[in-house]
Design a binder for this molecule. Structure first.
Ligand code: URA
Length: 198
């Protein structure tokens, strides 16, 4: 077992360039029994500074879409393919993805979620192990295997894509709605219990 009880890696020096560029390891955040898990690419500058995934501009886009689906961060787990910020925010190298894959596999195995949503090209290709045309495959569900763990995977565009291409907004928002529905969480999964709020 490589992760602690909170599914965190506390020490790792497998990738020399990332050890150099990071100020900390950014572990996944959210409940350790979440039914819905989001997997991004890698921490950026804000995530590296604050030690949490998706807390910069992409995180705001994700939070807005979660809210529209009747969810908050407390309802979902959010993690990344790699846990250390790459220099100049470059894409993770193949070896770096491979070095970190065991951690992600163990995290998913222990979470045993209903659904994993891959945010963007890098996580979609990493977990499906093939090339993915994210814009056209967004909203599609696939069966995949990460390490020894079978998962149900929904492809999504990266939240940042909506910031430079407004036409991606609707694709992103409807994918998050679909995710909540498939995982049976949020407004779609709350059923009668939500009536108690009024
Ligand atoms: N983009 C990602 O893919 N992951 C983060 O944690 C932040 C931005």
């Amino acid at each position: 077992m490589e992760l602690d009880d909170d599914l965190c890696v506390n020490e790792c020096t497998r990738c020399p360039a990332l050890v150099e560029s990071r100020s900390r390891i950014v572990n996944g955040g959210g409940p350790t029994d979440a039914d819905l898990v989001f997997v991004g690419e890698a921490p950026g500058a804000t995530e590296d500074e604050l030690g949490e995934p998706f807390v910069g501009r992409s995180g705001t886009v994700l939070d807005d879409a979660l809210r529209d689906a009747g969810l908050t961060r407390a309802d979902v787990r959010i993690t990344n393919c790699i846990r250390c910020r790459p220099p100049e925010n470059r894409d993770p190298h193949v070896e770096e993805l491979a070095n970190c894959k065991g951690y992600l596999a163990e995290e998913l195995d222990r979470l045993d979620p209903e659904l994993v949503v891959t945010l963007g090209k890098v996580p979609s290709e990493h977990l499906l192990d093939r090339s993915v045309a994210v814009t056209s495959e967004a909203g599609e569900v696939f069966d995949a295997r990460v390490g020894g763990t079978a998962i149900r995977l929904l492809v999504s565009v990266h939240p940042a894509a909506t910031l430079y291409d407004r036409s991606q907004e609707e694709t992103f928002e409807s994918t998050i709605l679909r995710a909540a529905e498939l995982a049976g969480v949020g407004e779609s999964g709350g059923g009668q219990s939500r009536l108690g709020e009024y």
